[in-house]
Design a protein around this ligand. Structure first.
Ligand code: BTN
Length: 319
């Protein structure tokens, strides 16, 4: 309900909205309206109250809360359960736990801070409080095991488009799970699966985005950046999260009904890897060559210096 009050205030940013009108629109008492307004103010929303006129939303700080996200989601959002944690070890761990307890597909865990954020290949993921987006989605797609990695690529498209919609900043995709801004890592995606030998039970997609950080630890300083570090502006994390979830919904729906090949052009349009000389480091070997593209299934096609074509399913890529 608080999210709906916020939504109404946003829809009427340029004028005042009376308490009476809000209570009518939401079928709740004036006292309840006041309580929601009070609670929104405590979360950092600047709401003007003028007698005989009503309320007006003046400013929004970078508040991440369930209703700050929900109030921006599309009407029939598939994300019906947003769980917010002030501090989580890792939203992946929280999501796996909820998944095991039978959480519905479309459940999302968002944390303000992670104390044990994890990245691909057992790496850690720097997740300080108040500055980044650390979130995991629980999905139950009806896809074959070999197709599940495509969900990383679908998510990458959603993150790129969501960031652009919320901030006007264009970021690039580096196969398979990195997002770059001016060549530095701005976001990463971690896709983990629960599966039987022949069936995917659930997929937990973790998304980490450096939004408002201004400094990084020594070990990642040279390779990581944030939206804020690039532009000097502070961005609203809840707005970015909601745009990503809204974008993800139609992309995921298209993916499930029409297949990844339908989304491939969207992925390619933002991929920096393609056509470039790269080194793909797999656990077995390092292969140097030209990244020719991805196939209909999202597998990277790499032509080595001896003209041999390799199909790369998983690797670290050096550009
Ligand atoms: C990578 O690039 O290595 C993937 C990084 C994924 C980080 C996100 S942050 C939210 C979710 N929780 C985690 O512990 N990891 C993912």
């Amino acid at each position: 309900m608080k999210g709906k009050v916020l939504q109404l205030l946003r829809d009427h940013r340029d004028d005042f909205l009376s308490g009476e009108r809000i209570s009518e629109e939401l079928s709740c008492s004036r006292t309840m309206v006041w309580k929601y307004i009070d609670s929104l103010r405590k979360e950092g929303y600047e709401i003007l109250a003028v007698s005989n006129k009503g309320y007006q939303l003046k400013g929004e700080s970078d508040v991440v809360s369930v209703h700050a996200i929900e109030s921006r989601l599309i009407r029939d959002s598939m994300f019906q359960h947003i769980n917010y944690e002030e501090s989580a070890v890792s939203t992946q761990i929280s999501a796996h736990k909820l998944d095991a307890e039978g959480a519905l597909a479309g459940t999302v865990v968002v944390a303000n801070e992670q104390t044990g954020g994890r990245g691909r290949l057992g790496r850690s993921w720097y997740s300080p409080p108040d500055t980044g987006i650390w979130m995991s989605m629980i999905l139950r797609p009806e896809v074959e095991l070999r197709e599940a990695p495509q969900i990383t690529l679908v998510t990458a498209i959603a993150v790129v488009r969501g960031i652009e919609k919320a901030t006007d900043i264009e970021v690039d995709i580096k196969w398979p799970n990195d997002l770059l801004l001016c060549g530095k890592k701005i976001a990463g995606i971690l896709t983990e699966m629960q599966a039987d030998p022949d069936r995917v039970n659930s997929v937990i997609v973790g998304i980490g985005i450096n939004v408002n950080q201004t400094s990084f630890p020594e070990d990642v300083k040279g390779v990581a950046t944030s939206l804020s570090a690039m532009t000097g502006k502070i961005y609203h994390r809840a707005a970015i999260i909601a745009e990503i979830l809204n974008e993800f919904q139609w992309l995921y729906d298209t993916y499930l009904t029409k297949g990844f090949s339908f989304l491939k052009p969207l992925w390619e349009a933002r991929a920096v890897t393609i056509g470039k000389k790269i080194i793909a480091r797999t656990p077995k070997e390092s292969i140097e060559g030209i990244a020719e593209g991805i196939d209909e299934e999202g597998v990277l096609l790499l032509r080595d210096n001896n003209n041999k074509l390799h199909r790369i399913y998983s690797a670290d890529i050096d550009l």
